[in-house]
Design a protein around this ligand. Structure first.
Ligand code: HEM
Ligand code: HEM
Length: 215
């Protein structure tokens, strides 16, 4: 096996072999990029809420809700899969503080992947003029059962809290995303190591980056 080959390690605990790029499994890579694309799409859609109204506004809100619930369902599968299949150990090029920071950002993202859709679902379940949640116009998705039937004043309070939480979480998402992407770019272009290739194996297979581990 050459130093440009990629291997999959079973667990984050043992140290990686020095002369190989230890990548994430294809299942982890699939979940990572599909969920990342859906989160980014949902953020871009949400930024249009203030400028698009009427029937088109309702339609893009339904798409936002549909994508958000899809993220929730995928995140349940992703978390179960990750608990059963621990990720590979961090790259040997990462210092202790970088590994600590990466762990905090990763955990923050897992929190966001659940908290963002759940607070959105709470908003949709407590609207004073309830609109059914239709996933991609096809599947009827229920309101959060305990919220659909509470008295009106409590519903109003819950609505306010859910909107405030959803907005706050959106800002936390932006911060995590900025840190995460800057870190990935720093590894790719400044440290020139194989960290991004662990999530995009194509980069390593084509030898597109200098300084692969052990090379
Ligand atoms: C909203 C978008 C994103 C989310 C929620 C996200 C989340 C995560 C999470 C949770 C992990 C840990 C591995 C796992 O459990 O799958 C991870 C790893 C990683 N992400 Fe992202 N990510 C996002 C976008 C991006 C982008 C845009 C890039 C590249 C520019 C990127 C590059 C990476 C890399 C290279 C790793 C592997 C880090 C390592 O070697 O341990 N991610 N991401
Ligand atoms: C990971 C998934 C999600 C992301 C990233 C996301 C992101 C956002 C963002 C960025 C905003 C605008 C916040 C602002 O103006 O500062 C927003 C608003 C909103 N989202 Fe989500 N959202 C997600 C899931 C959901 C879900 C599942 C639902 C409903 C089922 C939902 C319903 C709403 C509603 C109703 C608003 C408008 C709230 C208001 O300002 O009155 N979201 N979302």
């Amino acid at each position: 096996m050459s130093s440009y080959d990629i291997v999959v390690m079973e667990s984050r605990s043992p140290e990686p072999m020095n002369d190989r790029v230890v990548r994430f499994s294809y299942v982890a890579i699939f979940f990572h990029w599909v969920v990342a694309a859906l989160i980014l799409a949902n953020i871009l859609i949400a930024w249009q809420f203030h400028s698009i109204h009427g029937a088109l506004g309702s339609a893009i809100l339904q798409i936002h809700k549909s994508i958000g619930i899809t993220i929730l369902l995928l995140s349940v599968l992703r978390l179960m899969w990750r608990l059963l299949n621990p990720p590979p150990p961090f790259a040997t090029t990462m210092q202790a503080w970088e590994k600590g920071a990466a762990k905090i950002v990763e955990r923050g993202f897992y929190f966001i992947m659940f908290a963002m859709p759940l607070t959105g679902w709470a908003i949709a379940s407590t609207l004073s003029l309830p609109t059914p949640i239709m996933l991609f116009g096809v599947v009827h998705w229920p309101y959060i059962p305990s919220l659909g039937t509470i008295p009106f004043d409590q519903k109003l309070r819950m609505y306010g809290l859910s909107v405030a939480a959803h907005h706050l979480l959106a800002r936390i998402t932006y911060a995590l995303l900025a840190l995460h992407v800057l870190a990935a770019l720093r590894h790719q272009f400044l440290k020139r190591d194989a960290v991004l290739a662990r999530m995009i194996p194509w980069l390593a297979r084509h030898g597109a980056i200098a300084g692969l581990q052990g090379s």
